[in-house]
Design a protein around this ligand. Structure first.
Ligand code: SDX
Length: 433
């Protein structure tokens, strides 16, 4: 898949040399200078730490417009998917490009549910972790362990059938890994997956179910399903770019996805949902005064950031945050839950959005600001929040891994500008003082 080359070119002049840079244009009229021959033609490279201005690929999966707060999966607005879709059909849309018809959805659902169970013998690994191990450490490690049970799915150049089997295996087993890790970390018996339950209900049942327990509450299942959809993809975010970069070495999907989990763990990325609740709890313990945290967030020496605020792309609002904030009120009311942290979050948002520091930097609540309120309401422990983000993002990671492998893109290998010592001789130990 290639972006359309436009008739426009950009001129670059340096040291008396002028070159034309082709301009490529996407289906949403985004434009990029194509610099694939820049170093060959000029000996010069570009520099863009954090890649704020640099495209790593062309992709057909997700479109974001940060200025207008637009998020679409394969062209379908997130608002419609969050309202009407299931997480399984959203996963099919992201991975295969289209919403499945009835037969395709039944087949995809069945082929995933048939694969929920872990391979025999894997459970013993979970008890080797210290009880205090962070769930993201366990998840990332166990996805790599899972690969050792499927040598037939590690082909660097998978066939279409192998790719489908890889996708089904990871879609099915990663929630089971997360649920078994949760249960074993608490010394609880494992609850077997149930093919008769949907994707969200099965995960919730594996975590909270067990002998004598009722099936998960439909309100909780619906709230969880919506969280999976809202977190399912977000174009070239840190963890997805990690999946693509690691995948570009032609390693397998297991290690690519495991790397994505590790990247997502960071508090500047998916780990923010846990950090937001910890921040709100601190505000609550301190008497509910958010002003101190606003002041700390503005004080560069504090190294503190208002967690759940700001975004590299969204500069007006994060559409997901709006949907989750609305869902907070609905889900808590349906569950009869009153959470003081929700009121603190709303006050914090109101205070920040009146503050010149946040307004001038276009810092608004992102997907992580309210998500923890819902996860708490449905009973998910705080240190599991980023695992839920990973379960949501899994179809997006798989879609991007598939797109990368199918594109035949060469290995990702950025350049650098060296700033270290220029050439100097080795000095024997006796001459080093
Ligand atoms: C996710 O990329 C994605 O799509 C990610 C994600 C996805 O779905 O995959 O949307 C999920 O990761 C959401 C973001 C979760 N992270 C947090 O909530 C952590 C807090 N937010 C920040 O650390 C920050 O806003 C980032 C990491 C989200 C974005 O960082 P950028 O784009 O590198 O922004 P920046 O650091 O260049 O900040 C610009 C200015 C700086 O101040 P100045 O140097 O201009 O004076 O804004 C300030 C920053 O100090 N700033 C903040 C702030 N975020 C930015 N100041 C206080 N609190 C904050 N939260």
């Amino acid at each position: 898949m290639t972006a359309a080359a436009s008739t426009e070119t950009a001129k670059l002049s340096l040291n008396g040399q002028t070159i034309d840079l082709p301009v490529i244009i996407g289906t949403e009229k985004e434009k990029a200078f194509e610099i694939g021959k820049l170093r060959d033609q000029t000996g010069v490279i570009t520099m863009d730490p954090g890649f704020g201005n640099t495209g790593s690929c062309v992709s057909s999966i997700t479109f974001l417009d940060g200025e207008r707060g637009v998020l679409r999966y394969r062209g379908i607005p997130i608002e419609q998917l969050a309202e009407q879709a299931t997480s399984t059909e959203t996963a099919h849309l992201l991975i295969y490009g289209e919403l499945p018809n009835k037969r395709e959805l039944e087949q995809f659902t069945q082929r995933v549910s048939e694969r929920y169970a872990l391979p025999d013998g894997m459970e013993r690994f979970f008890d080797a972790f210290p009880k205090s191990a962070h769930p993201m450490a366990v998840l990332s490690a166990m996805i790599t362990v899972l690969s050792s049970y499927y040598p037939q799915l590690l082909n660097p150049y998978p066939t279409r059938e192998e790719m489908d089997e890889i996708i089904l295996t990871l879609m099915a087993k990663i929630p089971t890994l997360a649920a078994v890790a949760y249960r074993r970390s608490r010394g609880l018996d494992v609850v077997a997956p149930r093919a008769d339950l949907g994707y969200s209900a099965n995960y919730l049942n594996m975590v909270f179910g067990g002998p004598g327990k009722k099936d998960p509450d439909p309100t909780i299942v619906q709230a969880f399903r919506q969280m999976l959809i809202l977190h399912a993809d977000h174009e070239q975010n840190c963890s997805t770019s990690t999946v693509r970069l690691v995948g570009s070495s032609r390693t397998n999907a297991f290690s690519s996805i495991s790397s994505g989990v590790s990247a997502l763990w960071g508090p500047l990325h998916g780990g923010a949902n846990q950090a937001v609740i910890e921040m709100l709890e601190s505000i609550q313990k301190g008497g509910g005064d958010s002003k101190k945290y606003i002041a700390m967030a503005k004080d560069k020496t504090s190294m503190f950031r208002l967690m759940g605020f700001g975004h590299r792309v969204y500069k007006n609002f994060d559409p997901r945050s709006r949907i989750i904030k609305k869902a907070c009120d609905q889900v808590l009311a349906k569950l009869g839950v009153k959470d003081p942290l929700l009121d603190i979050a709303k006050q914090l948002e109101e205070a920040a959005l009146k503050d010149e520091y946040f307004v001038t930097r276009k810092l608004y609540p992102n997907v992580d600001f309210y998500s923890g309120i819902i996860l708490r309401a449905i009973g998910i422990p705080t240190n599991e929040f980023t695992v839920i983000f990973a379960l949501g993002r899994l179809p997006g990671w798989l879609a991007h891994w598939k797109e990368l492998v199918e594109s035949g893109q060469r290995i990702g290998r950025p350049r650098q500008i060296y700033m270290g010592p220029t050439e100097r001789p080795y000095r024997p130990l006796t001459q080093r003082g």
